[in-house]
Design a protein around this ligand. Structure first.
Ligand code: TA6
Length: 301
């Protein structure tokens, strides 16, 4: 029996989830329930799409995204783990860690009483991952697809020494146009501005994007709300277990240089990433389990 058939035999649930194989042997968990539609690639446990029924997509996926083994997918909810940004000491290691480009296994699926669908994935360790991250640990992702999307990244320290973890759910949100939106929730927060010379600043008002933005807001547990006048909706990003929020839009010049963005697609998205980055990296003690949660929901504007 094929891997796909075995996976469906074990995990498919009528009116909730089935496994599909797309180009290059990539397996996708396709969720379709009464509340929403979603697609999650087993590679990277990468939530690629999320669309509540009757709504425009909430999560943005580049039309130029490549679904190929070992390649990061542009859009969705890439998992940055077990470090955020460049590796602190070895520039040859992948930016944002390896979790988003290695195979994860589907461990469990459930139909919940409220009609939502629950899925749990586990990162598959191997010599390559252990060579980059020599700390005994497990990483699991729990996804609940309902009227809202809930994503929980669970890191357990199974060793005898503490380790420092950098992480983020690097989520791309769909907007009508970058000129139509304001991000609320980070007023008064300090941030590290990564555009040009790295500078520490304080956010005064709501965030309006009119050029490249690459900011790590630190020491904040606040919800963010993306107000989108074009779609007459707001997207709320609620988070738990996170002290950093990253806001990113590459703008025209950077986007054009990326093969999976194109010259205008950056106008349809903004990244609002929930994590623990830079000075907010977390120390996970032996035997401790650390949970990072993000929830994405739509409100009328
Ligand atoms: O989260 C913002 C950021 O760190 C930017 O600096 C940019 O590198 C972005 O992530 C995308 O990174 P990626 O490796 O997915 O192209």
């Amino acid at each position: 029996m094929s891997v796909l058939n075995l996976l469906n035999q074990k995990h498919a649930i009528e009116n909730h989830v089935q496994l599909r194989e797309i180009a290059d042997g990539m397996i996708i968990a396709e969720v379709a329930n009464q509340h929403a539609l979603a697609n999650i690639a087993l590679q990277g446990a990468h939530v690629a799409t999320f669309q509540p029924r009757g709504e425009e997509p909430v999560i943005w996926l580049s039309p130029l995204a490549k679904f190929a083994p070992g390649k990061s997918i542009r859009g969705g909810v890439p998992i940055c783990w077990p470090w955020f940004g460049p590796h602190q000491t070895d520039s040859k290691l992948p930016g944002h860690g390896f979790a988003r480009t290695v195979p994860w296994e589907l461990l469990d699926t459930k139909a919940l009483e409220d009609g939502s669908t629950f899925l749990r994935f586990g990162l598959i360790e191997n010599d390559t991952t252990r060579a980059q991250w020599p700390h005994p640990s497990t990483a699991q992702l729990e996804v609940t697809v309902g009227k809202a999307l809930r994503v929980e990244l669970v890191t357990a320290n199974t060793g005898s020494a503490p380790f420092e973890l950098g992480e983020a759910l690097h989520t791309y949100l769909q907007i009508s146009d970058v000129g139509n939106m304001t991000i609320r929730g980070l007023e008064g927060c300090e941030y590290i501005d990564k555009v040009g010379a790295t500078t520490r600043r304080t956010q005064q008002d709501g965030i309006v994007i009119e050029s490249e933005v690459d900011r790590v807001y630190v020491n904040t547990a606040a919800d963010c709300v993306i107000e989108d006048k074009g779609l007459k909706r707001a997207i709320r990003i609620h988070k738990e277990g996170s002290r950093s929020t990253v806001v990113w839009n590459p703008w025209t010049e950077k986007a054009e240089k990326m093969g999976d963005f194109g010259p205008k697609l950056h106008r349809d998205m903004v990244c609002v990433e929930s994590g623990n980055a830079m000075e907010n990296a977390v120390t996970v003690a032996p035997g401790e389990t650390h949970r990072l949660v993000a929830m994405y929901s739509v409100e009328k504007l």
